[in-house]
Design a protein around this ligand. Structure first.
Ligand code: GLA
Length: 395
């Protein structure tokens, strides 16, 4: 079959767009068409992660039903790195005797393996970074069978501090992310590229131009309600910067780590789903209670996060501690979260007209898995302290 001249011109023009900064099509690598789902070692294990831990988490991902609910990536965070060999190739430390064998194991479970590095000489935990070895490291990751890289700014901060102006400092940062993007692409292996620089310089405005499939929008989460809420509700206004292949990342989940109540974890999970956030569990998957599994694997909640339209939700209203957020879904319905940030129960009224509906609506309560039938505004609801009423609403 021969290509028509018009078609050929289109292809050539489209290819040229790749080389114009800022014009890179968002999903050029086809990766992360939906927000990535998986697990990351940092929130629960911090430095105490090794080969056996990762294998146990991968096994638990399967046996608990997490994989079948969509959680695919098993991501090793900081502290896996050893020293470089005589040729400069990065070696894992003694906690990870054979990274290729570990990747093979993870892949044999139908999962994918992620790893962590920094554009600086060292990582946040002061392990070896990729500075000056970007191409070599990308090749090593590809040879091991790595599918995801979290690239964490930390170690580049000293160089940035020494820069003469804030603009030069930002250029050093941006260039370092471009360098690793190019290195990863040159390997030919599809590797999800996760930027971690805590939202500096409004990364959501340029994250796609450096090839980011997702980018952290804030500093680190922890397992306390106040921090989770500060980060989650602080995402208001960022929805227009996310879409298939390029997501805002409000950090990993704390569900199941024990510092919040089940009510608070349901609010955390619902908020992350409305935000179309990456769902990276951060707990120990081998010791989950049935309640934790139920929160992490609720199919209706995950469907909101992973919806095919790929639209991040946003805040519609705030009335003191009551916030209403909506997320438009591919079938024309909307996810509606009525969040109560106050520690005790609050009663409020939901006005569906304000949420873009006219007349009575049909609704399902996603945490109760209960069809509410047809409901009319004003709809009076009582939301438990730090809880959420999470609905899927259609006309
Ligand atoms: C930073 C990141 C965390 C984690 C640690 C590891 O703080 O934001 O998510 O990766 O580094 O040292």
């Amino acid at each position: 079959m021969t290509l028509s001249r018009t078609r050929l011109t289109c292809i050539v023009l489209a290819s040229l767009l790749f080389f114009i900064p800022g014009f890179a099509p968002a999903q050029q690598d086809g990766l992360a068409a939906r927000p990535p789902m998986g697990w990351n070692s940092w929130n629960h294990f911090h430095r105490n992660v090794d080969d056996a831990t990762i294998r146990a988490q991968a096994e638990a991902m399967v046996s608990t039903g997490m994989r079948d609910a969509g959680y695919i990536y098993i991501n090793i965070d900081d502290t896996w790195q050893g020293t470089r060999d005589a040729k400069g190739n990065i070696q894992p430390n003694s906690k990870f005797p054979d990274m290729k064998a570990l990747a093979d194991f993870v892949h044999s479970k139908g999962l994918k393996l992620g790893i962590y590095s920094s554009p600086g000489t060292t990582t946040c935990a002061k392990f070896e970074g990729s500075y000056g070895h970007e191409l070599q490291d990308a090749r090593t990751y590809a040879a091991w069978g790595i599918d995801y890289l979290k690239y964490d700014l930390c170690g580049l901060r000293d160089q940035m501090k020494a820069a003469p102006t804030p603009e030069t400092a930002n250029k050093i940062m941006v260039d370092s992310y471009i360098k690793m993007r190019d290195a990863l692409r040159s390997t030919g292996r599809p590797i999800v590229y996760s930027l971690c620089q805590y939202g500096n310089d409004a990364v959501w405005r340029w994250g796609t131009t450096v090839g980011g499939n997702l980018w952290r929008t804030t500093g680190d989460i922890n397992d306390h309600y106040a921090r989770m809420a500060e980060i989650g509700f602080g995402q208001a206004g960022l929805s227009r910067f996310a879409g298939p292949g390029h997501w805002n990342d409000p950090d990993m989940l704390e569900v199941g780590n024990g510092g919040m109540t089940a009510e608070e974890y349901r609010q955390h999970m619902a908020l992350w789903a409305i935000l179309a956030a990456p769902l990276l569990a951060g707990n120990d998957l081998t010791t989950m209670t049935p309640e934790t599994i139920a929160i992490l694997t609720n199919r209706d909640v995950i469907a909101v996060d992973q919806d095919a339209a790929g639209k991040q939700g946003d805040r519609v209203s705030a009335e003191g501690p009551i916030e209403i957020w909506t997320k438009p879904l591919a079938d024309g319905s909307k996810a509606v979260g009525v969040f109560n940030r106050h520690p005790s129960a609050m009663t409020t009224q939901v006005d569906f007209a304000r949420l873009g509906f006219s007349g009575p609506v049909k609704a399902k309560d996603l945490w109760l898995s209960k069809d509410l039938g047809t409901i009319s505004a004003p709809y009076a609801v009582t939301v438990p302290g730090h809880g959420v009423l999470f609905l899927r609403v259609s006309q």
